[in-house]
Design a protein around this ligand. Structure first.
Ligand code: PLP
Length: 409
């Protein structure tokens, strides 16, 4: 008898489980709107041209003086990853002329995409920060509570989404942050809040900043969609930069999964902005002690691709054009779905489809309606009614609109 015989079967991950169910469905009209990965109009995954070019350079270029070419020799990276990648990632997030970077107040370490950056940041806070409670928005990305609990923090929620308006519950958010214990950590989505697609306005961000600074709350930004929400890297970094501009401290987890389409390369970065250079340097020394026993050092290939693109003006520009094209296609899908529901006279106000931003629409469809759409129309999505707009195309919009129409009438 196996010594593991008592192990019970665990449930599938609620997001990745959608794809598993989709893969099993033989229907030719099936549609996967579950997982947050970009697809082309033809429904295919996309490798950016600029990424292909960077990979060619990494393979072919004989000028081994470029530090990024370590990818070719497959050596270990340092514990904190590729130095040039870290420097360029911080600039991308905080801005070319960021005083925090200039004063060496920022430490940036390469981590395993957004998730790994959140986990390393969480474990660092659990070890070295006086407050062990992190407030996450209600709702939020399903992995947040698990990542932070396992990192050793205690997770609480703050009000964020108002189902009645399908918008931000700004009053509830301010009340909850105001009554959080002094010093508590607050997880903020830098842009394109997942799953709701609802972001605070710049004015609301400013109010949040003032309240958090006066209550000494520690901002921990999750930036998984920089450039993907609005099509502009700078616009999507605005909230983070507001908090850095006031001279205060914060953490930022960055992912290149969506904005460079490097999902499987697991490339991201954790930055900790400190109020002085000597603090930042000591913080980095402790981050190494978090990382070393966890995975020793990060993978080399994805970081080499990113550094190759970010360091070269031409390639950087080419990237921004391709990134904007992805963002624009998603925005077009919003309009098409909205128009299709209008054309069908589907009951209800669907304007949130065009108001929400980023990869997802939080449709407002309930669990039963989602189950109906999966059963009758072979459309797969998470049971909270979140659909990935990136999984949609001009060809599949009518099918989705028919399904939504049938589900609500
Ligand atoms: N944070 C949010 C809000 C996300 O939506 C995602 C991906 O779906 C991530 C973090 C992490 O993604 P990754 O670890 O692939 O960078």
């Amino acid at each position: 008898d196996s010594v593991f015989a008592h192990v019970v079967k665990a449930p599938e991950d609620p997001i990745l489980g959608v794809t598993i169910a989709y893969n099993k469905d033989p229907s030719p009209v099936k549609l996967n709107l579950g997982v947050g990965a970009y697809r082309t109009e033809e429904g295919k995954p996309l490798v950016l041209n600029v990424v292909r070019r960077a990979e060619q350079l990494l393979i072919n270029d004989r000028q081994a003086k470029l530090s990024v070419l370590v990818s070719r020799v497959k050596e270990y990276l340092p514990i904190v990853g590729l130095a040039e990648f870290n420097k360029l990632s911080a600039k991308l997030m905080f801005g070319e002329d960021s005083p925090a970077i200039r004063k060496n107040r920022v430490t940036t370490v390469q981590c395993l995409s957004g998730t790994g950056s959140l986990r390393v940041g969480g474990e660092f806070l659990a070890r070295h920060y006086h407050q062990k409670t992190i407030y996450i928005p209600q709702p939020t990305w399903g992995n947040h509570p698990k990542v932070f609990t396992l990192a050793g923090l205690s997770v609480k929620t703050y009000r964020y989404y108002d189902p009645a308006t399908r918008g931000l519950n700004f009053k509830g958010l301010l009340e909850d942050l105001d009554s959080a214990p002094s010093g508590a950590i607050v997880l903020l989505h830098a842009c394109a809040h997942n799953p709701t697609g609802v972001d605070p306005t710049p004015e609301q961000w400013e109010k949040i900043r003032q309240l958090m600074r006066s209550r000494k709350l520690m901002p921990f930004f999750d930036s998984a969609y920089q450039g993907f929400a609005s099509g502009s890297l700078d616009v999507d970094a605005q909230a983070v930069r507001m908090f850095v501009a006031d001279g205060g401290e914060c953490l930022v987890a960055q992912s290149y999964a969506k904005n460079m389409g490097l999902y499987g390369e697991r490339v991201g970065a954790l930055s900790i902005v400190c109020n002085a250079a000597d603090v930042a340097s000591r913080v980095e020394s402790q981050l190494k002690l978090v990382i070393r026993p966890m995975y020793s050092n990060p993978p080399i290939h994805g970081a080499s691709i990113v550094a190759t693109i970010l360091r070269d003006k031409n390639m950087f520009n080419e990237w921004t054009v391709e990134l904007k094209a992805m963002a624009d296609r998603i925005i077009t899908m919003r309009q098409k779905l909205f128009d299709a529901l209008r054309a069908r006279g589907t009951p209800g106000d669907w304007s949130h489809i065009i108001k929400q931003i980023g990869m997802f629409t939080f449709t407002g469809l309930n669990k039963e309606q989602v189950a109906f759409m999966t059963k009758e129309y072979h459309i797969y999505m998470t049971s909270d009614g979140r659909i990935s707009m990136a999984g949609l195309s001009s060809k599949t919009v009518p099918h989705l609109a028919d399904a939504i129409h049938a589900a609500v009438t």
